[in-house]
Design a protein around this ligand. Structure first.
Ligand code: MG
Length: 311
């Protein structure tokens, strides 16, 4: 995929919004089940660090993802404040109804697959069925005035089908964009993407979708996560997902590992003077706390190396 329109590094974005996903993507793949109180403490620590978009939980079947069985209880405990957008992740209409019923979330995040095999295994629907479900939810959310965004999972590669044809992903995103979500995201669910691919993918998406805000979701499975985030910044992606401690992974993807670590990302952004509004020391404290809560070291690099200079 040639992308002659990709801007040079000196045109890189000056600010980016971080979406803290540790309470959802972060915890969903952990063997240690955190109780609701601990999840709320993690969210409180993210708030104290300055995070203003937080993926608080997901509304999935409790037998399939027991880590998220207390979604309603987590929502009930979310500190309500005017400057934070809490997102509930949903895979279908049923999840959407549960998320709305909490009346504690400012946004639903709909996830649809980029490949049929992953879609059927992860959420019991093909790509086409996922698009139909997302359209239905987006239309309804608009009538009730709820923010709704969509993430296309396994957009950079599928654990079962291998390479994913990006033309198909662009077509899916075009259809979604017609329904005016607040944002469209591409997720490298299994951490196979590389920076050149990220430049091409988001460059193409920008060309196809114009002003539609874009978000990127990377996993650091093959050590390309932070490099992919850097690439996404170069093509003007407005929001990056990251997880305190670098925990996370998809329970339905073999050998899944964590999201890019928020503290690792923030270190890089700080040193490049990219604005983001999150405090590194507070993140490191949260990461340290999370190690205690999970009873094991977290994968982030900064949690071991610390910042530079000083901290
Ligand atoms: Mg993920």
């Amino acid at each position: 995929m040639a992308n002659p329109s990709a801007p040079q590094i000196d045109e890189m974005t000056e600010s980016v919004t971080l979406m803290e996903v540790s309470p959802r993507d972060g915890l969903q793949n952990e063997e240690t089940l955190l109780d609701t109180e601990a999840k709320l403490e993690l969210i409180e620590r993210a708030l104290q660090a300055g995070c203003r978009r937080i993926e608080a939980t997901s509304f999935v079947h409790p037998k399939k993802v027991p880590q998220m069985a207390d979604a309603e209880a987590v929502c009930a405990g979310l500190p309500q404040r005017g400057d934070v957008i809490y997102t509930g992740l949903v895979l279908n209409w049923r999840g959407y109804e549960r998320a709305r019923a909490t009346e504690r979330l400012q946004e639903v995040g709909i996830v649809i697959p980029a490949s049929d095999t992953f879609g059927v295994r992860n959420q019991g629907m093909t790509v086409a069925e996922g698009v139909d479900e997302a359209v239905r939810i987006l239309r309804h959310a608009r009538t009730v005035g709820m923010r709704a965004q969509v993430t296309v999972s396994v957009a950079f590669g599928c654990p079962f089908e291998g390479e994913v044809a990006f033309d198909g992903v662009v077509e899916v995103c075009r259809r979604l964009a017609d329904e005016a979500p607040v944002e469209i995201a591409l997720a490298d669910t299994i951490g196979v993407g590389v920076p050149g691919q990220v430049l091409d993918a988001f460059g193409e998406l920008r060309e196809a979708l114009g002003e539609m805000p874009l978000r990127a979701h990377f996993h650091d499975t093959r050590n390309t996560g932070i490099a992919n985030a850097f690439a996404a910044l170069q093509v003007g992606v407005e929001t990056l997902d990251a997880s305190i401690g670098g925990i996370g992974g998809c329970p339905f993807a073999p050998n899944a590992t964590g999201n890019i670590a928020t503290e690792d990302l923030v270190y890089m952004l700080n040193r490049m003077n990219v604005e983001h509004g999150v405090d590194l020391d507070s993140l490191l404290e949260a990461s340290n706390w999370l190690e205690g809560a999970l009873g094991k070291p977290v994968p982030s690099m900064l949690s071991r190396a610390g910042g530079f200079p000083n901290a």
